[in-house]
Design a protein around this ligand. Structure first.
Ligand code: SF4
Ligand code: ZN
Ligand code: ZN
Length: 308
């Protein structure tokens, strides 16, 4: 089958939701176009932003880095830096760090890293041991502690924005997860551009309109090296079920993931009217916080790593 766009080359992928069949070159260009469209639709960047791309080493974040390098060529006043958090997960993150750094070297991008050990005094593996009797699961604290680490590293990098690699599937899964968990108001917080508060570097999601399988195909046809083994602590049971259901629905009813994303967008103005949280400073660590003690410090107290 010939490519619908150029009509010359052999198609390698059919996009059921649009009816297009694309050759490798037109497919890659279409992904760059999609990302650029999302960046301009949601006004993610200023022309002279210094952008920190959060790179874990997985397919989404490494592809995002490659895509941002392409797009940045058109914005000579903008700057890119890659940032990686080393949670300290033996046999997993150490490998991913090497892959992230190799990609940065290939692309000529500055790469800054920070570790849980440096910030909190312990690696994630050690915290998992410490937390055995607390009833907390690794992902529950890893996510919160990593979020803090990314913010600190982004400030160190003097970045104006942090670009994270959440794709369309991630966003739609989170929307459905919030519904299932009885927290529909949280859907208002799933935004392509986060609100800006003092001390928090704003986060943007340039891949939010690109389906996961298209990010994977982009990485594959571009010959991008990434880590594809899952984290040993991953507890994705419910999210995985939702992923499978959504993929089945998408196959039968192409475009359904975009439809869910659009519904959430239409809801957002109503949900945003929910009372705004007041930001202050954590009395323990001095980082921005909603209450007197920030979420990361609350966790560290619970884990017995710091004292109240
Ligand atoms: Fe951390 Fe969980 Fe992600 Fe592993 S899967 S890196 S423990 S949040
Ligand atoms: Zn083509
Ligand atoms: Zn704190």
């Amino acid at each position: 089958m010939r490519c619908t766009i150029c009509g010359r080359r052999e198609a390698i992928y059919t996009r059921a939701y649009s009816g297009e069949s694309l050759c490798e070159s037109c497919f890659k260009k279409s992904i760059i176009r999609k990302v650029k469209a999302a960046i301009s639709k949601y006004r993610m960047f200023e022309y002279d932003d210094r952008i920190a791309v959060a790179v874990s080493g997985g397919k989404d974040s490494v592809s995002l880095l490659h895509i941002m390098v392409e797009i940045e060529k058109e914005f000579p006043k903008a700057g890119l830096v890659a940032i990686t958090v080393d949670e300290g997960i033996k046999g997993y993150r150490d490998e991913a760090m090497k892959i992230a750094s190799k990609n940065c070297q290939q692309l000529g991008i500055e790469h800054l890293t920070i570790s849980f050990e440096e910030l909190y005094g312990y690696t994630l593996d050690e915290i998992v041991d410490i937390s055995r009797d607390t009833g907390l699961t690794p992902c529950a604290y890893c996510g919160v502690l990593r979020r803090r680490a990314i913010n600190i590293l982004a400030r160190r990098a003097k970045a104006d924005k942090v670009a994270t690699a959440h794709n369309l599937d991630d966003e739609v899964q989170t929307i459905i997860l919030n519904m299932i968990r009885g927290e529909p108001l949280r859907i208002g917080r799933i935004k392509p551009v986060s609100a800006s508060y003092g001390g928090f570097v704003q986060r943007v999601k340039p891949l939010c309109e690109v389906p996961e399988r298209e990010v994977a195909l982009y990485a594959y046809v571009s010959g991008i090296e990434f880590q594809d083994i899952p984290c040993p602590y991953a507890e994705t049971a419910l999210r995985n079920d939702i992923r499978n259901i959504l993929n089945r629905l998408e196959e039968k009813h192409p475009g359904i993931k975009y439809a869910i994303l659009r519904s959430a967008e239409r809801l957002r103005p109503y949900l945003e009217k929910a009372p705004e949280v007041e930001m202050g400073i954590c009395k323990i660590c001095g980082e921005p916080s909603v209450g007197e003690i920030c979420q990361p410090c609350q966790l560290l107290i619970k884990l017995g790593i710091i004292e109240n």
